[in-house]
Design a protein around this ligand. Structure first.
Ligand code: ADP
Length: 408
């Protein structure tokens, strides 16, 4: 999908979604405001009836004003007008600025701020003062009286659905973009990684075809070693890519048999001999696992060890110092590959086993790779019902520990 087309789609979708949400909000506000107005009118009607029964001007009003009767009178009138609520009730002397009566003195502040206030002159009170009956409804009562209809709930639900769908769509589009980017990076890297050994091998072959070099035993074995090393590098590379693609298939199975892991470690390290020599590196081994035979897939185990050692070398800045150790704890076989390289931050450690994930190294992105090696390693471990862990700190090197059940 072209970039401009994607921007247009997202913009149109965003405008439509935001408009829909705004329309729903306006509509909801309007219906709540109608409901509030109806409530005010009903309270007003009820209070008109109450006051007409108390007011001095009404010849039929009760002869003596009694505060205790006021509560039940108001509640009854509210019920008659369709409001089954018990508000806090107060009688306020406007001239004195104080309450003559309050059904709940703790709520006098609420009463003072309430909009439901009705002027009256109580029967039997001879005064020019202005009196008010004030009602205060609790927040919960006011919410309930709004009697939100099913439409209101549906509106809120639809707004949420639209928001969630919008968010999911944006995420899918952004993931798709990242995947596209990763794919093209992958193809670039793969071309580079495969081209390098091919040109090294052809250079070594050219040298070997030179009589003066091929007759010198030391040079000859050096160039043959280079060809073998580069060949092994390409083999693991192609193997990792192929196996990683195959493993995406749910029906993928491994082919376990008895494998001597200590022997595999030696075989793999042997193939790195020249690489270590070229970089003045050291490799230490502590192959203490006894027995060292486990039930595993030989091909995948070889690639697993190769990938871990290769990373240890790749991500060491100076001369690589790699320590490979094996041990057993009765039920598990433990393989540790430790390096003294650049290390991995805690944040990146959470992602390094994801497919195509490569730690962003800013302007020093000089280590080539695909970001599939560790994902492949993790899948091999998973298929063997094992566990892989990494311990690392930036600048302090890394230790990868693979734990596999001895009996598969
Ligand atoms: P890559 O082909 O990029 O090496 P991997 O899947 O093997 O892919 O590793 C993923 C990322 O994890 C690498 O890009 C690197 O940033 C980081 N990483 C892996 N192993 C090490 C290590 N031993 N030391 C430091 N960083 C490492």
């Amino acid at each position: 999908m072209k970039r401009w087309f994607r921007v247009v789609i997202i913009s149109v979708f965003a405008i439509a979604a935001v408009s829909l949400v705004v329309i729903q909000l306006v509509q909801t506000r309007r219906s709540l405001s109608i409901s509030d107005n109806m409530f005010s009118v009903s309270v007003g009607n009820a209070m008109e009836d109450v006051i007409s029964q108390l007011d001095n001007d009404n010849p039929n009003a009760a002869t003596t004003f009694n505060y205790q009767d006021l509560d039940s009178l108001i509640v009854d009138e509210l019920i008659i007008n369709g409001i089954d609520l018990h508000p806090v009730i107060g009688v306020y002397d406007g001239s004195q600025g104080s309450f003559l009566y309050s059904s709940d003195p703790r709520h006098e502040d609420d009463l003072s701020n309430s909009p439901y206030r009705y002027s009256f002159r109580p029967q039997g009170v001879v005064s020019t003062n202005q009196f008010f009956i004030i009602l205060s409804f609790s927040w919960a009562d006011l919410f309930l009286q709004r009697n939100p209809s099913i439409y209101l709930y549906m509106s809120i639900f639809l707004i949420l659905v639209i928001a969630v769908m919008f968010f999911i769509s944006l995420r899918t589009i952004s993931n798709q973009r990242k995947l596209d980017q990763m794919k093209s990076e992958f193809i670039n890297n793969m071309t580079h990684e495969i081209k390098t050994p091919i040109s090294t091998i052809s250079l070594a072959c050219e040298m070997l075809s030179d009589d003066s070099i091929s007759q010198d035993a030391a040079s000859r074995s050096n160039f043959i070693g280079i060809v073998a090393d580069e060949n092994q590098r390409m083999r693991v590379l192609v193997e990792t890519i192929l196996q990683s693609a195959k493993m995406s298939n749910k029906n993928f199975t491994i082919n376990p048999k008895e494998v001597d892991v200590n022997a595999l470690v030696c075989k793999v390290l042997n193939s790195f001999k020249l690489t270590f020599a070229n970089r003045n590196g050291i490799v230490e081994t502590h192959l203490d696992a006894d027995p060292s035979v486990i039930f595993a897939d030989e091909l995948h185990m070889t690639n697993l060890i190769y990938n871990l050692v290769d990373n240890g070398i790749k991500y060491s800045t100076g001369a690589p110092h790699i320590i490979v150790s094996t041990a057993t704890d009765g039920k598990h076989f433990l393989l540790k590959v430790k390096d003294h390289g650049i290390g991995i931050s805690k944040a990146d450690q959470k992602h390094i086993f994801e497919k195509f994930y490569r730690v962003s190294t800013g302007n020093v992105h000089n280590v080539k790779g695909f970001g599939i090696g560790l994902n492949y390693v993790a899948q091999v471990v998973h298929l063997h019902h094992g566990h892989i862990a990494v311990e690392s700190n930036l600048g302090d090197g890394s230790t990868f520990t693979v734990s596999l059940p001895i009996n598969g």
